[in-house]
Design a protein around this ligand. Structure first.
Ligand code: ADP
Length: 660
């Protein structure tokens, strides 16, 4: 097994040396710990020595046998701790169970343990999670139970003294070191200073604790932090304070979550802000790094996963941020060949995650970041693991203004009103805002003058390179969406803009009316509003590629929604559940009947969209001309105009729907 190959060899050579070396020095000096030299010849030996009470020592040497359970700080300590335990007693059975085998379960091996104990034998079980992996009979009946933590600086100092015979002096904090790091650093024949230098260097290189942490804003200063992300993070910070004050247990803190949001929305920054606010370290890792930091072989990747989680256990309390968590594919979507490769990796992550989220492996706050929560393996987000999915959205106008202000700092544009820039730029991410400020600074520097609001404006809403006709067509498309959304109660329009951003020619930002569940009528209204942009394209000219393309385009969203209505929600005439809502659209490629039904719905609902646009043609056109001039309209402008409209605003519906 990998565990043995990896740990035993270096450990044994150190022990071999130490036993010789300590024998030589035994008469030269007394160990400051006043334990016997044999017991403390390794760091693991020191941990065991310090943990054992005199009563437990007596129980260990009792003639009628003993059940012994040792919890190690992380799996890589297991072999060395086993050796240390053997220096106290002989065992008829020594079981090291780290969850690496299917046999490592509480119900396995109970009879053997009972039989050995009944014969007066001594049985020792070692695990990072005894309740989960050791035979239940051993854990339940333990005469001696040791819960070992990561070594303290004082214990490491004693180990250095044991190896070198020298006092290392004041010890720096050493975070993130695994057992093998100590073995490699505490070299015989070396000086205490050299051992300490190696440990410090190892801690620096091993530590994945983010050096940028001091740069992260505290949560209450975090610009643009809104909605459930804000609520969850602040509640976590409050709970952590209550824990520090001794009012609640660490386990009572709701502390694990997935941050889900588009790239650049600030998920990583938020995880850093959480760590900084809590006053703990942050360990950042990602699925990609497990491959790039190793040769990429299965064993390497599994070991790297263990290393990262061990580092978190060693640095605890700590925030462990697993970025790009969707890099770990969902097993439900893998074909057989890929499943064979990924299964052990996912299994190892789940195993380590259980140790981390249950609190068994230290005080760890696990936050995963992803752009697609729906692509995560269901086991990752099941209750007890990362069940809380927090959406980190693109900021609102005021949030974006705060982010721009944050990146400008207090010296640039002090007191300037940034609302106009933010209103035009809304829809951008925090990363976009940071890039605008950087580029505007460059422009001002090249021009040899201080930065101006106009520099930002030129970036946020660059001169339109479209012809007036193209700009008007885009405005009509967006206004048609906005009017339909408001008129049919699909949601509340926040802003409509024709400012181009990347591939996006214009954008209607809407807060959808939240409902616990949606009826067929409500789903259809949503689809009608979504198709109104294309209906406007046709009304004033002809349909173009503008309504289609990516999955989140108008046609993409309308199709996915209807596919889910049919294949997942039982709202398409059949109660058959054929796929989860997020996967329903995938069936279209293979199910002609579903294709036909969705296509028929699209045609029927598109006819309603056309009717809506025709019925509201003057309103849409008037607002579109205004939008071309002003480049951004708020939802209030749309609502006021619709309120003035005397004509009925609701489109005709097919049977079962509300009628205009
Ligand atoms: P994600 O992890 O969601 O891809 P990041 O946290 O890496 O996004 O954000 C990238 C950069 O964007 C950050 O380093 C920061 O400069 C900027 N940024 C994003 N969100 C914010 C925010 N709310 N406040 C300030 N800057 C932000």
């Amino acid at each position: 097994m990998a565990r043995k190959q990896q740990n035993q060899k270096p450990d044994q050579s150190l022990e071999e040396f130490l036993s010789r070396d300590l024998a030589r020095r035994a008469h030269e000096e007394a160990d400051a710990s006043d334990g016997s030299d044999e017991e403390v010849e390794t760091l693991a030996g020191i941990l065991v020595h310090d943990a054992l009470t005199s009563e437990q020592r007596r129980a260990l040497s009792a003639p009628d046998g003993a059940a012994v359970v040792v919890r190690v700080p992380s799996p890589d300590w297991a072999d060395a701790v086993a050796a240390a335990m053997r220096s106290h007693a002989t065992y008829s059975d020594m079981q090291i169970k780290l969850g690496t085998s299917r046999q490592d379960r509480p119900e396995v091996g109970c009879d053997r343990v009972s039989a050995r104990l009944a014969r007066g034998g001594r049985v020792c079980g070692i695990s990072q999670d005894p309740e989960r992996f050791l035979p239940a009979s051993l854990v339940a009946g333990a005469d001696v139970r040791l819960d070992l933590a990561q070594p303290t600086p004082g214990q490491v100092a004693r180990a250095i003294r044991a190896v070198t015979g020298e006092d290392p002096g004041p010890m720096p904090p050493l975070h993130g070191l695994g057992h093998h790091d100590y073995v490699a650093a505490l070299r015989t024949g070396s000086t205490a200073a050299a051992c300490l230098a190696r440990l410090t260097a190892a801690a620096r290189s091993r530590s994945v604790v983010d050096p940028d942490l001091p740069e992260a804003p505290l949560l209450h200063e975090m610009p643009g932090l809104e909605g459930e992300a804000r609520d969850w993070c602040l509640a976590l910070a409050d709970d952590f304070q209550a824990y520090l004050a001794g009012r609640i247990d660490f386990d009572a803190i709701s502390r694990h979550a997935v941050f889900c949001g588009e790239p650049g929305t600030g998920k990583t920054l938020l995880a850093r802000s959480v760590a900084r606010t809590l006053g703990v370290g942050l360990i950042e890792t990602s699925v990609a790094s497990w491959f790039t930091q190793t040769q990429g072989y299965l064993g390497d990747v599994v070991r790297e996963i263990d290393r990262v989680f061990s580092a978190a256990a060693a640095a605890s309390p700590v925030v462990l941020f697993l970025d790009e968590a969707d890099g770990l594919p969902s097993r439900t979507r893998l074909d057989n060949r890929n499943r064979d490769f990924w299964k052990p990796i996912i299994g190892q992550v789940l195993l380590q995650l259980d140790g981390a989220t249950s609190g068994k492996n230290g005080k760890i706050i696990v936050i995963a970041g992803t752009n697609h929560a729906e692509d995560l393996d269901p086991a990752l987000v099941r209750p007890g693991r990362l069940s809380r999915v927090i959406t980190v959205r693109r900021p609102s106008v005021s949030g974006l203004a705060e982010i721009i202000r944050h990146h400008l700092g207090p010296d640039d544009l002090p007191g300037a009103d940034l609302t106009g820039v933010a209103a035009l730029g809304v829809g951008a991410t925090g990363a976009d805002a940071a890039a605008w400020v950087q580029a505007a600074r460059r422009t001002a520097r090249v021009a040899g003058r201080p930065i101006a609001v106009a520099d930002l404006m030129a970036l946020v809403a660059p001169e339109d390179d479209r012809t007036p006709a193209e700009a008007l067509a885009c405005a009509r498309h967006e206004i048609a969406h906005a009017c339909a959304v408001e008129a049919m109660g699909v949601g509340t329009v926040q802003t409509v803009t024709t400012v181009q951003s990347g591939e996006v020619a214009g954008l209607t930002r809407t807060k959808l009316t939240t409902r616990l569940s949606m009826t067929r009528v409500q789903i259809e209204d949503y689809v009608v509003a979504t198709l109104c942009g294309r209906a406007a394209d046709e009304e004033w000219g002809e349909a173009s590629t503008g309504a289609g393309g990516p999955a989140n385009s108008d046609l993409g969203m309308a199709t996915r929604t209807l596919a889910a209505a049919h294949a997942s929600f039982g709202l398409g005439g059949s109660l058959l559940h054929r796929a989860s809502d997020v996967d329903a659209h995938r069936l279209l490629a293979t199910c002609p009947d579903l294709c036909q039904a969705v296509s028929a719905d699209l045609d029927r609902l598109y006819a309603r969209s056309r009717a809506f646009v025709q019925a509201h043609k003057p309103t849409i056109d008037g607002l579109a001309h205004r939008l071309v001039n002003e480049r951004l309209l708020t939802g209030a402008v749309i609502r006021d105009r619709l309120a003035e409209d005397r004509t009925s605003l609701t489109p005709g519906r097919t049977k079962g729907g509300r009628r205009a």
